[in-house]
Structure formats: C-alpha cells, structure tokens
Ligand binder design. Structure first.
Ligand code: ADP
Ligand code: MG
Length: 745
C-alpha cells in the first residue's frame, strides 16, 4: 500500500510522505477566493421593505379582517388582557387561519415548540384529508389548532418521563402570532405552542415564560393599586435581545471538524493581526455581508420580527442584529426565528453563521444582551425614571424592587446563563464577569444614596453635550454613561442583562427576571399594605422607609466601576457577592431550596419541573464537553499529528542528507518539533484517560470533573498543537487558520 500512494502524480515530500496539496484547507481557500454571489438581487423599489412587514403573519389586522367581530374581540381579550381563552372560538379561528394559509400556498401546518435543548422543534401535518370519494379536502379544526401530540420521547426531560412515556402535548399559545414559513417548494403554517407532558408538566422553554409573566402581572397590579392605579391594564414584561454572531465562509466551516461538531474552534494559533486595532467595530459593512443582512432583515420583516439595528461588532467577522422590544413571550419566539433566519440566509450567501459564544479563542466572544423592562398600556414603561427620578416614587419603587431581586438571586441569574459555551465568555477579560452586579449610573446611584440618607431632594440634571463645532447643535446628554463591563446595567429606561450567551434561548433569563421581580414586588406590596393599612396618605412615608431599607440591605449589588478589574473581584468578595466562575458551579444553584421555593411559590415551575431542568442542563454541559474532547482527540490524532510528523520527517531527512555531504545542520527546529510532537501525543493520552472515567456519584460531581479535568486536558492538547502551528510548514498545515477564517471573505 505504502508505495502505491507515491504514484508519480502526487507530490512527494523529502521523507517520502505525501504532501496534501489537495487538503480541505487549500480547497477551502481557493473556493473562497473564487466566490461569486449567486443569491439573486432583490428589488427594493418594486417591493419596498415596509410593505413586507407582517406579510406572512396571522396578525391582528388579518384577524380583524377575517374573524367575526365577537370572536375577534374575545381573542383580543386573551391576547391583550390575559383573559382565559374561550373554547368556542377555536373552530372559527382555525377555519379562518386555514383559509388564509392556503391562500398563501400552505399545504401543511406545524405546531412549533421549544424543547429544553434551546432549539426550535416543529411537527408538520398536512391540511389535506381523504374525503372518501377519491378526492382530498383541506381540514383544520379548532382542536387541531389548540392541541397537537408529537412524540416527545426524544427530547430531554431530565427524568420527568421515561422514554416509554412518550406522550407530550403541544398547546396553542394564543398570545404569539401564527405565521407562514416559506420554502422554495411550498409554505407551512406555523403555530407557536407550549409543550407539556401527559401529566401537565412543562417540557419546554415557553410554558414557564408565560407563567412567569402572569406572576409578574399579579404582583405589579398590587403595587400599582397602592399608587391608586387600579384600571387593571395588563402589566407585561418586555424584552429586546441584541444578537451577536460571526460570519465565516462556509468552505472554512466545513474544513474544520471542530466548528462542525462543536460550533467553536478547538485549535488555532492567534493571528498576527487580531482585533487590536479596533478597526472593525462599527466599520463599513462588507458588501457580501450587507447583502446577507438585507435579505435576513426582509425575511424577518415578513415574519413580523421588528428588526431595527445592524452593525459590525468588535471582532473581525463579528456582527450584531437587534429588533425593537416586544412582550417577553413574543420576543422569545421571535428571537428563535432570528437565529434560524440568520443561519438559513447565511447559507444562501455561502457563509456560516456562528452563534457560539466563543468560536475563536483570544478573539471577542458573542453575547446576547437582553434588554428587559415591564409596562402596561395605561402606565407605559414602569422603569422610565423621567427627568427627575427623585420625584418619581412609583419608578423608584419598581427600580428598587429590581435591585433587591437581583441581589437576592445572584446565583439564579448566573445559573440561567450557564452553559459550556458561555463559560468561555463570562469571566474572561471582555465579557461581563461571572459576578452578578448592577450598574445604575451616576444619577440614579445619587438618588438612591440620598434615599438611604433620609430622603431624596434632587436629581443630577442631564446636562448638554457640546461638541465645540459651531455647525453642530448642542444635544441633550444621557443622564448616565454606559458600562460595557457590567453584567446587568440600567440603560436609561430598562435593564440590560449582558451576561446572556449568543446561542442561548432568552427564555431562561426572562423567566428568572420575571419571577424574581414578581417576588420582590410581592414583598414591597405586602410591606406597604401593612404600613399604610389602606390609608393612602401614609404611602409616602412608608415608601421612604421601605426604599431606605432596601438600599441598606441590597445596595451592595450596585457597582458602577470596571467589572474586569482585579480590585472588583476582591471588593465583590468583601461585599459577599457570589462568584460562580463556571457552569459546574453555577448550575447546582438550581437545586438550592430557596430557588425551588421561589418558583413553586409563584407557580412558575414545580419542584419536579425545576429538578428536571437542572438535570437536563447538567447533562447538556457534560455532553458538550464530551463532544469537544472527542473532537479534540480526533483532530489531534488524524490531522495535527500527521502534519507534524511529516514536517519532522522532512527536516530529519534534510539534516541527514546535509550531514552525508559534510554540512552541519542546526537541529534546533527539529528538536523543538520532536519535543512538541511528544508532548502532543502524551496530552492526547491524558485526555483520553479523563474521557474513560465513568464512576461518578452524581451529575454535579461529573460536571465538576469535566470542568476541571477534561477541559484542562483539552487545553494542553491545544497548547502543543497551537505551538506546532507556528513551526510546521504552511503547505502541510491541515486546518484553515484563524487569519484565513476571520479575514478572507
Ligand atoms: P445598544 O446596543 O445601544 O444597547 P440597541 O438599540 O442595539 O442598543 O438595543 C437596545 C434594545 O433595547 C432594543 O432591542 C430596544 O428595543 C430595547 N428596548 C428599548 N426599550 C425597552 C424596554 N422598555 N423594554 C425592553 N427592551 C427595550
Ligand atoms: Mg446594548
């Protein structure tokens, strides 16, 4: 066999080894260099983008148009006021929905649901049913709209059900609009649903969002009542998620088994030029990328996703997309659609969209900042301080409730953003640290300090921004600067939870936020109800002492300084704040009594549901690292090692040849490579030994082992490989390099 490989056509190295001139890496580079756009250009004049908004949504306007008035009204009461759905309307809605969908070319309908994997799942059924006379008729009944029964046995449930207990139900979520998903070969009516087990337990990410919104509304109403606002207008939590992502050419993606299997590179030396120049951030968007963005936005517009912002991010090849905020449940579904659409459209443009939190070591990672607030139709945004926050008692109370909630539930907030991939971001010197704290800004911090000292009498004014150029007008300045280092920042009229990872569903963070704030509002309402005894003239003094008390006990969570600094880590420890550095430390928080009691008290998750989530996420964590470790072994053995020994062999034979003709050859490089190859081999053996350990007492113990031992062993394999990358001849190196992936497009 060995001889036949060197058949004269394949170039042969000095050591008799085949040089992989046809390697995946080289094929990828040449494909990228020769890339020609093939996605058809769109006509923005014939079809202006604004005409497309909600074109594929069974929207309020469509419903108003197509449903009998009483049915429409009844449905709106459910959607806008949170009233119970009237069963009798389902058949009528289903029929109107079916007609609308069929006019848009739909042949099937799909119940869309959101299992604990964080992805989106769909079960498709045809509208068509045989009519018995050899023809087929389109059918879609109210019961088919309301309830579906996918075989849910393969979705993770963390032990809630055994595989043989497969029954799971999808239940129509009236509050999230149905939509049409287009495919070149047909369209499908998609119906957002909750996914529950036969015993009624939540198996998905949507159900607890809906429950937590309900809990928040109940408690917010009590607080509003104290302020004499008792119109009962539904208080909803609102969310605006900013999605960061990377784009690389698809040819590179497929030439990297690590990206393919794990979504991140497990190998790769730092390029000579990274993001140090900051020349990519908000820079001009490359044409190919802009074409992709324009198409993504149009697709999302059709689906009623109000995308608004796009720009380059910090790292080369990194971008951001953000929609306008919506009610939390709709924002969550739309966020899933954003991720799906980004991936789909990127493929059309010959690229891969990487949503992993850290696809490239040493390069900025990707987050998903979740902007969160609460509000109602009559009250507007409850976290809007107005010009003079010190006079806005209602705002101060809602804001203080959030501060208290975050302080009391730091561990939970850390746990809901915990994942194997997000660990590479949190705590590294670029993303918010793993310590949860709140950035309030100067103005509010000052107001709350005054409250603590006995009462607030003033607010630092906004001031004016003067640029010093006569032609530029003076502008009102924001009351506070921004702080990129804070995991939880007040940004003028909302909080921005910045620790959420780019690949995560925003459901977990929103469920946590809604529930902990519901608990805090419950606490405040109870205190104030007690103190006033129904006498509203006592409200002001009761409020002053409650706010002072909250700031006294929970003000420690406020930190406006540099979250990346070492001083903050020491200071946070002094303040008694939790610093859960890894997922293995953070996820067990979900098993703490206080967390179980919290979710049980507000009917958001039962003990069993919570337990199943904790176990599912631990299992996912372990599995992710296992896959990474296996991929590391495979790449090290089958790609890196062979390349390294080919080069070693070439060098060795050059040395030998030169020696034969009387020259001395400096063997430094050869020695270094020999040493690295040996270290690489040994590190792979170590890693495999870790992977072979199976006797764990619990999943928490196993997660800890994977975190400390397996990840550590992987890092060694990478270290030696990355060093080898700096020595081995470039034409022998098998993997596309960081430089190529980040800069060639
Ligand atoms: P930046 O990058 O400056 O933080 P972006 O404009 O990219 O801001 O994103 C801010 C996000 O915050 C948007 O999705 C916006 O709609 C959202 N947002 C604004 N007001 C609220 C609110 N009341 N509740 C929730 N999200 C909000
Ligand atoms: Mg932001």
């Amino acid at each position: 066999m060995g001889k036949s490989q060197t058949n004269g056509q394949t170039p042969t190295g000095a050591g008799g080894y085949v040089i992989p001139s046809g390697s995946a890496r080289q094929a990828a580079i040449s494909a990228v260099v020769n890339y020609k756009a093939h996605a058809p250009a769109m006509n923005f004049i014939e079809t202006p983008t604004q005409d497309l908004f909600c074109a594929n949504v069974f929207s309020k306007a469509v419903m108003k148009d197509r449903l009998p008035k009483p049915v429409f009204k009844s449905l709106m009461k459910t959607i806008e006021s949170g009233d119970k759905l009237d069963d009798s309307v389902a058949d009528i809605v289903a029929s109107a929905m079916k007609d609308w969908a069929i006019e848009k070319g739909a042949t099937h309908y799909a119940h869309v649901f959101y299992p604990l994997t964080g992805s989106t799942a769909e079960k498709h059924d045809s509208f068509l049913a045989p009519s018995g006379d050899g023809s087929a008729i389109a059918e879609f009944s109210g019961s088919q709209l309301i309830q579906g029964e996918p075989d849910g046995s393969s979705f993770p449930t963390g032990g809630i059900r055994q595989t043989f207990e497969a029954r799971g139900y999808t239940i129509w979520d009236v509050t999230s609009p149905a939509y049409i998903l287009e495919n070149p070969n047909g369209t499908t009516l998609c119906i957002p649903t909750a996914f529950v087990s036969w015993t009624g337990e939540a198996l998905d990410k949507k159900t607890p969002v809906l429950r937590s919104m309900q809990a928040l509304n109940t408690q917010a109403q009590r607080v509003l009542n104290l302020f004499g606002k008792n119109d009962g207008a539904l208080v909803s939590s609102t969310a605006g998620p900013e999605q960061e992502y990377f784009l690389i050419d698809r040819n590179f993606f497929f030439a990297r088994p690590d990206l393919l299997n794990c979504g991140r590179t497990l190998f790769g030396a730092k390029p000579p030029k990274g993001q140090e120049f900051d020349d990519h951030y908000f820079g001009a968007i490359p044409d190919r990328v802009l074409a992709f963005m324009l198409e993504t936005e149009r697709e999302l517009f059709k689906l009623g996703v109000p995308v608004k912002t796009r720009h380059n991010e910090v790292a080369p090849g990194q971008y951001e997309i953000a929609p306008l905020f919506e009610f939390a449940n709709v924002a969550t579904d739309h966020q899933q659609l954003i991720m799906l659409t980004l991936k789909k459209v990127a493929e059309k443009h010959g690229m891969s969209c990487l949503m992993h939190e850290k696809p490239f070591a040493g390069v900025n990672g990707s987050g998903k900042h979740v902007n969160w607030s609460m509000g109602s139709a009559s009250q507007g945004n409850l976290l809007d301080p107005g010009e003079t926050p010190h006079e806005n008692a209602q705002f101060l109370l809602f804001c203080a409730a959030v501060i208290r909630a975050v302080h009391l539930n730091q561990g939970l907030l850390r746990a809901v953003v915990a994942s194997a991939s997000n660990d590479h971001r949190l705590g590294a010197n670029e993303a918010p640290p793993a310590i949860i704290s709140i950035f309030l800004g100067d103005q509010l911090t000052d107001v709350f300090e005054q409250i603590k000292g006995g009462g607030a009498n003033s607010s630092i004014p906004r001031g004016t921004l003067t640029v010093g150029v006569d032609t530029l007008p003076p502008l009102p300045k924001d009351a506070g600067d921004r702080n990129r280092t804070s995991p939880f920042a007040f940004t003028g009229n909302r909080f921005e939870f910045r620790a959420v990872g780019a690949s995560q569903s925003i459901s977990g963070p929103l469920v946590a936020m809604n529930t902990i704030v519901a608990e805090s509002l419950d606490f405040c309402a109870t205190e104030l109800e007690k103190a006033t005894g129904g006498d509203s003239s006592k409200l002001n003094s009761a409020l002053q002492s409650l706010l002072a008390d909250i700031m006294e006990k929970h003000g420690k969570i406020i930190f406006n300084g540099d979250g990346y600094s070492d001083e903050w880590h020491q200071e946070a420890e002094k303040r008694g704040l939790r610093n859960l550095k890894t997922t293995a430390e953070a996820l067990p928080v979900l098993k703490e009594d206080s967390v179980r009691e919290l979710f049980e008290k507000y009917d958001v998750l039962s003990a069993r549901e919570l337990e199943s989530r904790a176990d599912t996420y631990l299992e996912q964590y372990i599995l992710s690292i296992k896959v990474e470790a296996n991929t590391t072994v495979e790449i090290a053995r089958t790609l890196i090692f062979p390349a390294a020994i080919r080069y070693q062999n070439q060098l060795a034979s050059t040395c030998a040849n030169l020696k034969m003709v009387g020259y001395e050859f400096d063997t430094d490089t050869l020695d270094k490579i020999t040493e690295l190859v040996k270290a690489l081999q040994d590190s792979v053996v170590d890693l495999e030994a870790g992977l072979n350990k199976h006797d764990f007492g619990s999943n928490v113990e196993e997660a800890k082992f994977y975190c400390e031992t397996v990840l550590g062993a992987m890092n060694f394999v990478r270290k030696y490989s990355d060093e080898l990358e700096g020595f081995v001849a470039d034409d022998l190196w098998p993997l596309p390099t960081y430089q190529e992936m980040l800069f060639i497009r």
